[in-house]
Design a protein around this ligand. Sequence first.
Ligand SMILES: Cc1cc2nc3c(=O)[nH]c(=O)nc-3n(C[C@H](O)[C@H](O)[C@H](O)COP(=O)(O)OP(=O)(O)OC[C@H]3O[C@@H](n4cnc5c(N)ncnc54)[C@H](O)[C@@H]3O)c2cc1C
Length: 95
Amino acid sequence: MADLKQFDVIIIGGSYSGMAAGMALGRALKQVLIIDSGNPCNAPTPHSHNFLTQDGKTPLQIATLAKQQVEKYNTVTFFNGLATHGIKTDNGFEI
Ligand SMILES: Cc1cc2nc3c(=O)[nH]c(=O)nc-3n(C[C@H](O)[C@H](O)[C@H](O)COP(=O)(O)OP(=O)(O)OC[C@H]3O[C@@H](n4cnc5c(N)ncnc54)[C@H](O)[C@@H]3O)c2cc1C
């Protein structure tokens, strides 16, 4: 992503929390960028529980399905990478 692009919202972290926020905002027609470095805290877990409809699935299965659903919103853009720097500008933030 060499060019600077503008978004209404930039979400750093595109796992469950980030994708849930991204879906809600994307559905509200906000232009959303989700930056994710692909290192969720539960990666080593063989099975997930206490999440209705997903009991026993691996974290990756749940995240993969979530991403497929969020990607259907053309208001949401995903970027694989680590956000390393952010500054406040006159009219927002530069990440
Ligand atoms: C071992 C273990 C087992 C668990 N088992 C269950 C269970 O059975 N049932 C249950 O309901 N919950 C379980 N949990 C809890 C559940 O996994 C967490 O609540 C959930 O993963 C939190 O989601 P999150 O999106 O907030 O964070 P995460 O899933 O950790 O995602 C954070 C994301 O942000 C990215 N990121 C961080 N910094 C940056 C940056 N600077 N730039 C770009 N990307 C960045 C990371 O790469 C990662 O992808 C478990 C947790 C652990 C650790």
